[in-house]
Design a protein around this ligand. Structure first.
Ligand code: ATP
Ligand code: MG
Length: 404
């Protein structure tokens, strides 16, 4: 079936507003949408058309060139997928969701076969780095080009040789550290800001390289990978992982991702008790800004982990105490703050060279729907304050006699 893309409103508007879309380029884009996109993505034309109508596929102009963003997944195409129209048409697929297991046994044995690789799961935010034309871009999870991340990624990593040799590969990794505007977490080996690669994938198909191939490339280009705890036989893995996860939890680190060495079976994630408590305590600092599912799922993770670890009464009590403290202490502290007239706020620090850079980053946050203000800018560091409005309003209301 052929679709008349010209009758599609959002596309007409885009062509109308896109300053770089000369006639020749329009023909290329229309031809691409008409004939090629369905084949590349293996998604039916009607579905794509419907997605464009609904704004799920959004057209935008990026550095003077047209591009297209998938705001939700369509068929097998992940949300966060981007398509750039340059000399070449480049498809950067979204990073696939990683399913979680609550039990190591029997899930690992059922899900994987033979051997598994245990990698550390770093707590930061997901970044895909790719070369597009003569630029290197860093994309956040949902397919936004974050100006701060792009600048930092090329500062932290020397990527020119890698992309010269491998223009069709995408580096997937975690931006981590304390001066991190999205997920701030202290790692002793990282400090302010760092990057750890966990996957290398192909453009368009999103096929990941095997763990060996990935490691070979990381060594060759001197790129930092996540920590690897080892390769285990799937039958011995649960006992080994229990030890690893205890160690990780004590070091206040997040967890592990378990992978098939060939990357043909989807990976699974498994997290530490410390990470569950940390997230619960963060969420209860702003209790009315998080959904109830957020709390519930983390408590469930604790229940299954305590069971599988075969904890004795004392260990279980210690876990229960930590969990209870993670709920109550932060919440009471926020209520106290709001009672004394303050707002529920969260500060984050970023390294920036100029006030313009901070403004640019704030604009990016506002476009994402996050309300934040500059609290301070000094010595190339900006403190950005995020206001948690629902928590502030709801607590104020309850303190003033509102009913729950
Ligand atoms: P999702 O499950 O959809 O990815 P989420 O926000 O719930 O989203 P997490 O619970 O943090 O994500 O777990 C998945 C994320 O973990 C990945 O998207 C990636 O950013 C991060 N991650 C950290 N270390 C690794 C690793 N070694 N391998 C794969 N992913 C990793
Ligand atoms: Mg994460």
């Amino acid at each position: 079936m052929k679709i008349d893309w010209r009758r599609n409103n959002s596309l007409t508007n885009f062509f109308f507003n896109c300053s770089s879309c000369d006639l020749e380029l329009r023909v290329v884009i229309e031809d691409f949408l008409d004939k090629k996109l369905q084949n590349i993505l293996n998604v039916k034309a009607e579905k794509l058309n419907e997605a464009i109508e609904k704004g799920i596929i959004k057209f935008f102009e990026f550095h003077g060139h047209p591009a297209l963003q998938f705001k939700k997944g369509i068929g097998k195409i992940e949300d966060g997928t981007l398509i750039y129209f340059r000399d070449k048409i480049e498809v950067i697929r979204g990073f696939p969701k990683i399913r979680r297991t609550l039990m190591l046994f029997p899930t690992l044995k059922n899900h994987f076969k033979g051997k598994i690789v245990v990698e550390e799961k770093m707590n930061g935010y997901n970044v895909r780095i790719a070369s597009i034309g003569d630029e290197i871009v860093a994309l956040t999870r949902r397919g936004y080009m974050c100006p701060y991340t792009t600048k930092k990624a090329v500062e932290i990593l020397d990527l020119s040789q890698f992309f010269n040799d491998n223009p069709d590969l995408v580096i997937c990794g975690e931006m981590v550290g304390t001066n991190n505007p999205y997920v701030s977490h202290y790692y002793e080996e990282i400090g302010n800001l760092g990057f750890r690669v966990f996957d290398i994938r192909k453009k368009t198909s999103n096929d990941p390289l095997s763990i060996n191939k990935k490691q070979e490339i990381l060594n060759k280009y001197n790129l930092p990978g996540v920590r690897v705890f080892g390769t285990f036989n799937v039958n011995e893995a649960p006992e080994k992982i229990k030890e690893v996860i205890k160690e990780i939890s004590e070091a206040k680190r997040e967890g592990i991702v378990i992978k098939d060495p060939d990357m043909e079976i989807l990976p699974l994630k498994y997290t530490s008790s410390c990470a569950h408590d940390y997230e619960i305590s963060y969420a209860f600092t702003y209790p009315f800004d998080f959904g109830k599912d957020f709390f519930f799922s983390r408590v469930i993770r604790e229940g299954f982990q305590a069971f599988e670890m075969k904890e004795n009464d004392e260990e279980l009590r210690e876990r229960a105490l930590r969990l209870g403290e993670s709920i109550l202490l932060p919440m009471v502290s926020t209520i106290k703050n709001v009672a004394s007239g303050k707002q529920a706020t969260e500060d984050m620090t970023i390294d920036v060279a100029s006030p313009e850079e901070v403004e640019e980053f704030l604009r990016h946050l506002h476009n994402l729907g996050v309300y934040a203000v500059i609290e301070k800018f000094e010595d190339n560091k900006a403190i950005i304050r995020r206001i948690h409005q629902s928590t502030t309003d709801k607590i104020t209301n309850l303190l003033n006699g509102g009913l729950y």
